[in-house]
Write a protein that binds this ligand. Sequence first.
Ligand SMILES: [Zn+2]
Length: 384
Amino acid sequence: MKRAVQVRLYPNKRQQELLQKNFGACRYLYNRSLALKKYAYQKFGVNISAHRLIKRLPTLKERHPWLKEIDSQALQQSIRHLDEAFKHFFRRIRSGETPGFPKFKSKKHKQSFQYPQRVKIDGKKLYLPKIGWIKTKGLRDDLVGTIKTVTISYEAYRYYASILLEIEAEPIEFVREPIGIDMGVVYAVIDSSGNHHTIEDYSPRYQKELAKLERYQKTLSRKQKGSKRYQKAKIKLARGHKRVSNIRYNFLHRISHIYGENQAIVEDLNIKAMTKSAKRTIENSGKNVKAKSVLNRKILQNGWSLFFVLLEYKTNHNLIKVDPKYTSQTCSRCGYVDKANRISQSRFVCRSCGFTINADVNATKNILARGIHGNNARQQPKVA
Ligand SMILES: [Zn+2]
């Protein structure tokens, strides 16, 4: 079983310089290799393998001696990551899609690089090859297992390490009772047993942090670009974003844990995004509302994708994804399908059998039925 742990790093001045060199070098190598692969592919239709790129590393180091300061494994790993991006790209082409080419890494975005091995932990300190022992916060001393990878990142002017551990699986007795789970238009989770979890229940600070973000954004827009105050406001905003995303992550983590002993059944997000999202935005009038809702939806979708990954893992791969078509319009008691069944955002009254239920819970009951009886459990006796 794998387990991920994230800790904050407190590198000293010299270590900070070295870390920045690592980010720069791995980004340089990634972009350089990408340009090469792109050229070869577009000009000759061939794919240069990671193996060949890695074999060229010593020659490249002779030409750019500053690369010698960087851990070889970390450099190789950035080439492997690029290879993954290409594999994904080709997979999508094969399945008939028209994906964009893998993108160049920018200095402006979150910086990261990865060690595939040779990282050590001792108490509260983390040892990184060629950089040394770094002070950390958040490392538990009862951490057991083998380190698989360690990703170092730089975000909102802070350093983090994400450690992936392989731990011996604890024997868990799964009850495996199937349950239908659906997500709201805000951070909220509803299930077919009628439970409702909102992010506010788990973090009273959430709304406050969101309000703060808006304030920070406003403050930033009033400062002169490039000035010291602007820089300060920017850091504040970035940290605010980090706090909000932490709250969201913790929420999804705790909710997914609740369903760990179930067989979770959810709507297939990929199908859902295609059918539902376009509609919802058109219903909103006004440009700002529209832009905002598009953004919110994106954040939600990212959140839910993460939620599914967590569920998959917590339920020990007992996650089933079903066709989301008409789940909100179908009566979970008699199967009658009609848009008019849903009389408001929250109320569902079946026009055929009179069944009255919370609209979200009704949808999760349909999701549950499809998970148990297959997608065709969508009985369609009388479509209006
Ligand atoms: Zn009915």
